[in-house]
Design a protein around this ligand. Structure first.
Ligand code: SAM
Length: 266
């Protein structure tokens, strides 16, 4: 089966060599689904063409993460922990996760920006998993001291080592970063979205109807591959597109002026 899609800007050619590949009962069904897949691919290219016109150059490339030093206990500046342009993403995630109140789990404290926003909503408890001793000394301890009357619990360690001892939550916010090159290769390069490696844990630690939130490096929608993965672990999801004031010299590997925040419901 051959298909060719020609436009002024590009040609896409598809040659399905295996007759058993996409082989429903009727030939018309095969034509319909293959044509739709090709149409969707071209629509995605056209969307990327438009979106990439607004990219900023940035200062970092994905290659910069090869050989980068271990960050588990690194002493980092505010902007190295999280650049300010990400703050609207924290707002969207804090709002999504606190909708139903209850018990909230936050994975990765960082500067405490999202933690502070979570506390603005009416919740019962706020459990935070954080591995970096410097983050706890420099940011967490003073932040917690401003909320003496709130139920805030710190779980000090890697989430991978501690989550099995935790129960179920009404909301889970996941915002970590890769700690070393191996994590970068696995969680960023080889994944559909960074939070993918946490999906099964999020699903296991959510109460029925509870929601899990994270942001994804996608500009204005979710890929079909990403949606398939979400629906394997969760019953439904919401996607919001968050506008960003992305600086020309952004250090993170992101260059577009929006990103998506996902709220997946167990
Ligand atoms: C980008 S920061 C979080 C920023 C935070 N949302 C804010 O608003 O400031 C990521 C945090 O996750 C922590 N972290 C990274 N990997 C972790 C892991 N495997 N377990 C626990 N904490 C982790 C880092 O030490 C860092 O403090």
């Amino acid at each position: 089966m051959k298909r060719l899609k020609r436009t002024e800007a590009y040609d896409v050619s598809l040659d399905i060599k295996d007759d058993h590949f996409i082989n429903p009962p009727k030939e018309t069904q095969r034509n319909a689904v293959v044509n739709r897949a090709l149409k969707e691919f071209c629509a995605d290219l056209n969307a990327l063409n438009e979106q990439s016109k607004n990219f900023v150059p940035g200062e970092t490339s994905a290659n910069d993460f090869v050989g980068f030093t271990d960050r588990e206990q690194a002493l980092l500046s505010d902007q190295e922990i999280m650049e300010d342009w990400q703050i609207p993403l924290m707002e969207a995630m804090a709002k999504a996760i606190t909708r139903g109140g209850g018990d909230i789990l936050e994975v990765g404290f960082g500067r405490g920006v999202s933690a502070d926003m979570i506390q603005k909503y009416s919740i019962d408890s706020h459990t935070i998993i954080e591995c970096n001793d410097n983050v706890i000394d420099e940011y967490f301890n003073s932040w917690k001291a401003t909320y003496t009357d709130k139920d805030i619990r710190l779980v000090h360690g890697l989430w991978q080592d501690t989550i099995d001892d935790l129960g179920r939550y009404d909301g889970i916010l996941f915002h970590t970063y890769p700690l070393n090159e191996d994590e970068y290769m696995e969680y960023v390069n080889a994944s559909i979205t960074f939070a993918e490696h946490f999906f099964s844990y999020a699903s296991e630690h959510l109460k029925p109807g509870g929601s899990f939130t994270y942001f994804s490096n996608e500009i204005q929608s979710l890929s079909r591959e990403h949606q398939h993965l979400l629906l394997k672990y969760f019953s439904s999801f919401n996607v919001s597109v968050v506008s960003l004031k992305i600086p020309q010299n952004v250090k993170d590997t992101w260059w577009a002026d929006s990103m998506v925040v996902i709220e997946a419901v167990k």
